[in-house]
Design a protein around this ligand. Structure first.
Ligand code: PEP
Ligand code: MN
Length: 338
């Protein structure tokens, strides 16, 4: 349920409602950014009538049920878009954000060269995996802590904040020391205990859509994080499994307007994993911007033919720079900027 306070409600009135909600066995959460004060009462939904009775309080305007199973991430609860500030880079506003870099951190030279190149082309966030979720245990698993240190070095040199993936709860504290955005990979989208742990951190999160998950399941995962207190969640569409094998995944761009309608969270598109081949990354990046995405995550490698992972879908820096130019034009056409 959402409890909408009267416009002239005082802090004391809000505290009073918080107490009552708790007494009924629900957890009250203040919704930030609304014009009016709004409190979400979260719980298992038993005895809603008690909550409804709060409507009789003079400082309460209305008590309305949240119809969707996801609550805190829903547009029903918060109408304005959430804008996440990552060291001055605003995600979810008019300006688009581009996160770029290699799939895996492989060496100092590789990351520095690639990082400098994407920064020069206009990227604002550096991506790179230090802990890699690989299908085969015999494939390169990532550089681990050394990779995180390299990300920090290149971030310091370029001024770009870092997004990097956490694969397991045992690395979470370490990742938090280095990352500016914690990436939750597709394979971990429903690792509920890790989602809860991440929900207790005060760090922006990029939550990728699972390989074969519905939009509702994806939003329920966002809800897991937000219900623990961390509301700085952005979503990332990275393609889903379908019968089609010509591309690595099927990039579901229809998810973008849907997410915009159903939630107030920023939505990022990752065309690199979405298609799996560099040849189609440009078209799908432009289409993602046209569809209303708040940003892109793109894999770029200085020498894709030598990449330890995802070389076939990685753009060379020059191709990335050309893409950024075209992306600026599409952004302008849809009322956004790069
Ligand atoms: C990645 O970003 O390199 C990655 C492994 O992504 P996903 O979880 O979408 O497969
Ligand atoms: Mn990758």
């Amino acid at each position: 349920m959402i409890i909408v306070m009267q416009q002239n409600a005082t802090e004391q009135d809000v505290a009073d409602v918080f107490e009552r909600v708790k007494k009924f066995g629900y957890t009250p959460k203040m919704i930030e950014g609304s014009l009016r004060k709004v409190i979400a009462a979260l719980g298992d939904g038993r005895d809603k009538a008690q909550l409804q009775s709060l409507e009789s309080l003079h400082h309460v305007e209305s008590v309305v049920p949240i119809l969707k199973p996801y609550k805190l991430c829903s547009r029903e609860v918060k109408r304005e878009n959430t804008i996440i500030d990552v060291k001055g880079v605003k995600i979810g506003g008019k300006s688009l954000v581009v996160m770029a870099g290699p799939c895996s951190v492989e060496s100092k030279d590789q990351l520095m060269e690639t990082g400098m190149a994407v920064k020069a082309a206009g990227a604002t966030i550096l991506r790179g995996g230090a802990f890699k979720p690989r299908t085969s245990p015999y494939s390169f698993q990532g550089m681990g802590k050394k990779g995180l240190q390299l990300l920090r070095d290149v971030s310091d040199a370029t001024g770009m904040p870092i997004v990097t993936e956490v694969m397991s709860p045992k690395e979470l504290n370490l990742i938090c020391e280095y990352a500016d955005i914690i990436q939750i990979g597709a394979r971990n989208m429903q690792n509920f205990s890790m989602l809860k742990d991440i929900g207790k951190k005060n760090k922006p999160v990029l939550l990728k859509r699972g390989l074969a998950n519905t939009i509702e399941e994806w939003l329920m995962s966002a809800e897991y994080i937000m219900s623990e207190g961390n509301t700085q969640v952005m979503l990332c569409e990275r393609g889903i499994r379908t019968f089609e094998t010509a591309t690595r995944n099927t990039l579901d761009l229809s998810a973008v307007p849907l997410i915009k309608e159903k939630t107030h969270l920023p939505i990022i598109v990752d065309p690199s994993h979405g298609v799996g081949y560099w040849q189609y990354v440009k078209s799908m990046s432009l289409a993602a911007v046209a569809s209303g995405a708040d940003g892109l995550m793109i894999e770029v490698h200085w020498k894709p033919e030598e990449a330890f992972s995802d070389g076939p879908q990685s753009l060379k820096p020059a191709k990335f720079a050309a893409l950024m130019k075209d992306m600026g034009k599409v952004a302008k056409a849809v009322g956004r900027s790069l």
